[in-house]
Ligand binder design. Structure first.
Ligand code: GLY
Length: 582
């Protein structure tokens, strides 16, 4: 292999590229880093850090700001998960996943003949789960934050009240929801200009949302769950065929849980437990891959992709047939993250032949959206937050409760509308994820933190529905196995596989024609895909995990308490985000 330095033309003596493929350098900073899907939200978070707030404070500010500047997925009408690692090594997880309303049951989206009615679980008020974001941010702030709620919400309130100027990325993204906004007067009044999308350069003012945020800032979750906001959402739901009731809001609780953990080649992964499948899929896949010489096989070699697809096939099969809300189904999660289990899974993987997905067994009974977004934050002390939250589909159910400015989720589609029938991600699931009152739908969100030798090394996550664990997995393996710089790891083209459909999806340029031919010869079905992920990631210490030069710091926060250099990258696949540090 030619060393990168040898490629530097002699006319540029001494200039050794910091990255070895055509890629930007990560954003570097010494004191704090925020990576999010919207530049104004990232700025709001960095300002909190500069004023001495910690990573949890910054996450609350960013999450509320995204609810204004990134209505595609930023939200207070949805839910999500926050993985936290404190500088002292404590790790925790805040679950603020939406719940099914009390009036929901397993056949909610089926007709009298038992057929799933298309669209009912994805558009309109009937698709809406009880939102968890306000409760979850409050729980995180109360237990681990340091700043008053009102201070952290002030930037979001100002952005909604005074508006912000749409850039071309914002305008393009908003325009993608225009057709559905036109059918919902509450959304049309805000997101459309007399029925047409707002152009770039327009200042988007959201007065109702500003008022709702100001109420929450003053009165806390009570304003949302038992006060005027709940009342308005319930009234809109009742007027439009929904089933939300005041009791659903009053009963909502965010929950603190233990994250899922596993080791991959000496790196420790801390990720989302059920009701997310993210940590299980990530850990099970990594455990299986650990038995193969992935680094030697090389990035996207036919053999390496074959093993990765086979590992994902098995992890997604377990996801879809076994997992669900732990308050409703008995789960032995440790079984899936056990190294011995992975070794037994490897025994069923032939090196030269794809396993037909159906041969793994179909679920006794059988669904997921993409309007998700991820925030990665590290503060000066080394506290880290990995936050993924969502409306499910882009712009959720595409309804805005009049008088609130709040776009509502369609998270009910993450339940299995009918076991055996694929959801919007083609995920086919079992009865463990059937709809029940108060139950949380199975998720794929994977807010992840990685440590090395007991020190914070990486914060990573992404939107993408069922593509979330595969996106996170590929960034981790690009860094760990292929020695990529963080920017290279995030920007490298991706593949995706998920048991059913039984196919290997690839981004353009991810696989060469001869690699594809070698995979086809093993029996894999190949299909080109568009972009599903927007990775937001931070590495600590230095931007790549490969061999260090003599004067390089090791990857991971320094053991001696000295400030670590932070490197942040936002995926360029979506046009609105930024990595900002100070
Ligand atoms: N709605 C996307 C997820 O929860 O994974």
């Amino acid at each position: 292999m030619v060393a990168a330095a040898a490629l530097v033309p002699a006319v540029l003596p001494g200039l050794v590229p910091a990255v070895s493929a055509a890629s930007r350098e990560p954003v570097a900073a010494d004191n704090g880093m925020v990576v999010s899907a919207h530049r104004l939200a990232s700025t709001a978070g960095v300002e909190v850090l500069k004023r001495g707030g910690n990573a949890i404070d910054a996450a609350v500010a960013v999450a509320y700001a995204l609810a204004v500047t990134y209505p595609e997925a930023g939200n207070i009408g949805g839910g999500g998960f926050m993985t936290i690692r404190l500088a002292d090594g404590r790790e925790t997880f805040i679950d603020f996943r939406e719940t099914a309303p009390a009036a929901a049951g397993p056949t909610l989206y089926q007709d009298a003949a038992g057929k799933v009615i298309p669209g009912q679980s994805t558009r309109g008020y009937k698709a809406v789960g009880v939102p968890g974001t306000v409760a979850g941010l409050e729980l995180a702030l109360t237990r681990y934050g340091t700043r008053p709620r009102a201070e952290l919400m002030a930037p979001a309130i100002a952005l909604a009240r005074d508006g912000f100027v749409l850039d071309s990325g914002d305008a393009r993204f908003l325009a993608s929801g225009a057709e559905d906004f036109a059918r919902d007067p509450g959304s049309a009044a805000i997101f459309l200009n007399r029925g047409q999308p707002w152009p770039a350069g327009h200042r988007l003012v959201q007065s109702d949302l500003a008022a709702a945020l100001a109420l929450i800032a003053r009165d806390g979750p009570a304003a949302f769950y038992t006060g005027p906001i709940a009342q308005r959402i319930v009234a809109a739901s009742r007027a439009n065929g929904g089933i939300l009731a005041p009791g659903d809001f009053a009963a909502y609780q965010a929950v603190e849980r233990q994250p899922i953990t596993c080791e991959y080649r000496g790196w420790r992964i801390v990720s989302a437990p059920p009701p997310s499948s993210g940590g299980v899929v990530l850990c099970e896949t990594l455990n299986i891959l650990e038995g193969y010489p992935m680094a030697a096989l090389g990035f996207h070699s036919a053999q390496g992709v074959h093993y990765e697809v086979e590992a994902l096939r098995r992890a997604f099969h377990d996801r879809n047939t076994q997992l669900g809300d732990p308050a409703f189904v008995k789960l032995d999660v440790a079984r899936f993250t056990d190294k011995g289990y992975a070794a037994r899974q490897r025994e069923g993987i032939a090196p030269d032949k794809a396993t037909p997905s159906a041969s793994l067994g179909l679920p006794t009974a059988l669904p997921e959206g993409q309007s998700t977004t991820h925030v990665s934050i590290v503060d000066k002390a080394g506290n880290a937050v990995s936050l993924t939250y969502t409306l499910n589909d882009w712009f959720g159910a595409r309804v805005t409760a009049p008088g609130t400015g709040i776009l509502l989720n369609d998270e009910m589609d993450d339940f299995s509308a009918k076991p055996g029938v694929p959801n919007m991600f083609g995920l086919v699931e079992g009865s463990n994820n059937a709809i029940a009152p108060g139950k949380r739908p199975l998720s794929s969100m994977s807010p992840t933190i990685v440590t090395r030798d007991g020190r914070l090394a990486m914060v990573v996550g992404t939107p993408g529905g069922s593509h979330i664990p595969t996106g996170v997995l590929q960034v981790i393996r690009n860094v760990v196995d292929y020695g990529m710089d963080l920017a290279e790891a995030v920007e490298a083209p991706r593949i995706h596989a998920q048991w059913l459909p039984d196919e290997v999806a690839y981004e353009r340029f991810a696989l060469s024609p001869d690699t594809m031919a070698a995979l086809s010869a093993r029996g894999h079905q190949l299909v080109e895909m568009g972009y599903h992920n927007q990775i937001a990631a931070i590495v600590v210490g230095r931007p790549a995990a490969g061999p260090a030069a003599a004067d390089d710091r090791p990857i991971g926060a320094p053991a001696n308490g000295a400030t670590a250099r932070l490197y942040g990258v936002i995926d360029p696949r979506l046009p609105t985000g930024s990595a900002e540090g100070y």
